[in-house]
Design a protein around this ligand. Sequence first.
Ligand code: SIN
Length: 354
Amino acid sequence: MAPSVSDIVPPVTETIADLKLTATTQDSSPSYPFYYPYYDPNEKFPPTQVYEHTDPGAKADRAKPHLLTPETNVSHLSPFLGTEISGVQISQLSEEGLDELALYAAERKVLIFRDQDFKDIGPDRQIEIAKRFGRIQRHPTSGNVKGYPEFHVVYRGTEHDRLKDVIPDDRIIRTQWHSDVSYEKQPAGTTFFFVLDQPPVGGDTLFASQVEAYNRLSPEFKKRLEGLRAVHSGFEQAEASRRRGGIVRREPIQTEHPLVRRHPVTGEKALYVNQGFTRRIVGFKMEESEYLLKFLFDHISKGADFQIRARYQPGSVVVWDNRVTVHSATGDFNPGDRRHAVRLTPQAEVPTET
Ligand code: SIN
């Protein structure tokens, strides 16, 4: 019989060695119980304040000598986005190397680092590294880690199916393209994601380039999008959490962002709308807004020639730039298989069109 949640919620551990269970218990419990999703109904966050963000990629050496050394192997997945990298440890990068990582993530949009020790370096060091890319968002509704509200935990197992909460069973297509927490005044930038337990097959993450999605549009259509702003809402996420008896740590907000945003380091323009959180176009009547958003969401989700699939291996860390991509989890794996992953989500600048 599957263990109940109370059976497997671990005590808070003190040492890094304690983070991983021994082989004897792995079959029935998460390999990293320290990161089991934690929900404290009394945990409350105040409204998020705007802060001054400077992108570390702006000061990086364009040649990236600290990241792309002779030992580093690089393999591109698509001309538009996605690069697999091995032969370098994120945890060992110097400050210059981390700046170059920010720049490379902005340029390639998704970086898949293989054979990383990242999941074993402990929460303090993981947070220290991610913080270099911006203030880390504390999620209002998802599982976090006891004592570490910076972590956003993604967990699907027999005893707790987070994906079911987000994507109802009666949907034919169980993908949900989104850019993380785009309802924030300063939405996510360079984002870190690492898998602790994964199914034998499936559970990949899909990514699309919002730069290439923008580039495919005609000059006349691009002109029509100029100056438009859209409302991104956190209300539905909060309401869904309340409906299932979950928590809301911070009251939800709606924020207007430009429909097209410019990346502060690369200067590239990207569509900035997503099915997950973008609700309407400011100044348009309802039908006009629905029509245009539906066109854009279809265009992005059907663009298989500007999408990639990030496939996980033990030790993979995926770093993506949420400003220029959308992504979707795939719930294609056997519900009996455990998928346990953790995200650290630094917040970037207030989006601007120019
Ligand atoms: C996310 O949406 O940040 C998680 C993606 C995944 O679970 O594959």
